[in-house]
Every structure is written in C-alpha cells, then in structure tokens.
Write a protein that binds this ligand. Structure first.
Ligand SMILES: *Cc1c(COP(=O)(O)O)cnc(C)c1O
Length: 232
C-alpha cells in the first residue's frame, strides 16, 4: 500500500471510531479529501485507494483539475467564491460549502437558474465574529438572512459550515462545533426548512467535530501531507 493509501485508511478508521463513540452511524459522516495545492497525481492516488470526493478552495484549481481526472470524482468548493466566478464553477462542483453572503447567494440563485442547476450549498457561519473571515453572523441568519435564503428556490441548502479560529488543541475548538450544531437546531425550529448537514472539522480536529455532529469533515494535510504554498 502507498503511504497515501495508508493514511487514507487510518483516517477512515478514526472517522469510524469517532462516529461509533458518539453513537452515530459511520456512514452518516462523509470524508471530503481537501486536495488544494496538491497535484493531479496525488488525487489520482487517493482515487485508486477508493476516495472519490474532493474539496478545493480555489476556482482556478478546480478548473484545472476536474477536466484532467475521471468524471466519477465529485468536487466540493470550500473556499470563498467571488461573484464573477460563479458561472464557471457551478457546473463543475457538487456543492459549495462557502456561501458567505446574501449577495453571493443571489448570484448563485440567478446563474443557477440560467444554467438549469439547483446547486447544493452550505451557509458559512463566522462564529467567532473574526473580521478576517467570511461568513454570516449567527444574528444575521436569525434576523432575516435565512428567510431571504429560503426564498431563493434554486439554492438547495444543505446546512451550515464553519472554520473556527485555529487552535492546535482540538478540545479548544469543541465549543465552536457545538455552537454550530445548536445554531442549526435553533434555526430549524424557527421553521422554513431542515438544515441536516454540518460541514466542520479539519485534519487536527475532525474527531471532535464528529462527536459534535459533523456530517462532512474536510481533511487535507492529514491525508496529503503538509502544504507548501508557492506564493505567501
Ligand atoms: C484547507 C482547508 C481545509 C483542510 O485543512 P487541513 O488542516 O489541511 O485538513 C478544510 N477546510 C477549509 C475551508 C480549508 O480551506
């Protein structure tokens, strides 16, 4: 087995164990392999080890990678999406985890209509009110934004997504995951529609995220190795 195949198997086992530990079906948690910055060959290797679902954070990378790989792969966009790239990305991805404003949602609604698509989206929530991060504030969702989103009939809203402030100790991040789940429960009770999915947890804290209800974990470096960025 290749190193990557071994790492993939180890992550799957950890995902399985964390699900069972929290009384959940392991099949209720998807593994999104975050392949950003990694080359086609690495993705192919993961594919050969059985991984078919990949996440990227840049539109340019999706545009380069998708046509170069078998069509059985599925792709999710997890990074901030600029309005002028919506038209290019929608036909290539299965879901967008990073719907972070009403303006972007309106663009997806309009262009989804023009293209005949019903894009699956997650609403990104900025839980710590970090000015450097994108996302809806919980109060925006409570006070009208969610109602406006439900009006957009092209958006197939899956649930919520968060990127908590980084802390090397996963237990420090647990309260954010719990808060996202509670916010989801609260928003569902207000009526409108269900928000069954929670996109939360990365390489160093995905098990804690699963314990708090994640339905899809976004794992990059634990699978593909450390990223090196060509530009700072
Ligand atoms: C890069 C990235 C990940 C994966 O991070 P790792 O720590 O490498 O697992 C997850 N989510 C988002 C939004 C990312 O940009």
């Amino acid at each position: 087995m290749s190193d990557l195949a071994e790492r993939l198997q180890a992550i799957r086992e950890r995902l399985h164990t964390a699900s069972e530990r929290s009384g959940r079906e392991p099949s209720s948690v998807e593994l999104l392999a975050v392949s950003k910055t990694f080359p086609i060959e690495a993705i192919r290797e993961a594919m050969e080890a059985g991984q078919l679902l990949f996440g990227e954070n840049k539109v340019q990378e999706v545009l380069a990678k998708v046509p170069a790989l078998p069509s059985k792969l599925r792709w999710h966009l997890i990074g901030h999406l600029q309005s002028n790239k919506v038209r290019k990305i929608l036909p290539l991805v299965d879901a967008v985890h990073s719907v972070d404003s009403l303006d972007l949602a309106r663009d997806i609604q309009r262009i989804g209509g023009e293209l005949g698509l019903f894009p699956k989206v997650y609403l990104e929530v900025n839980l710590a009110a970090e000015s450097t991060k994108y996302g809806f504030k919980p109060n925006d969702l409570r006070e009208g934004a969610l109602d406006a989103l439900y009006e957009m009939d092209r958006l197939y809203i899956q649930g919520l997504m968060c990127i908590p402030p980084f802390d090397p100790m996963p237990e420090k991040t647990r309260p954010y995951f719990a808060t996202l789940r509670t916010l989801r429960d609260e928003l569902e009770k207000r009526g409108g529609a269900s928000l069954p999915k929670l996109s939360m947890g990365m390489s160093h804290d995905f098990e804690v995220a699963i314990e708090e209800g994640a339905t899809i974990v976004r794992v990059g470096s634990a699978l593909f190795g450390e990223r090196t960025y060509s530009k700072a």
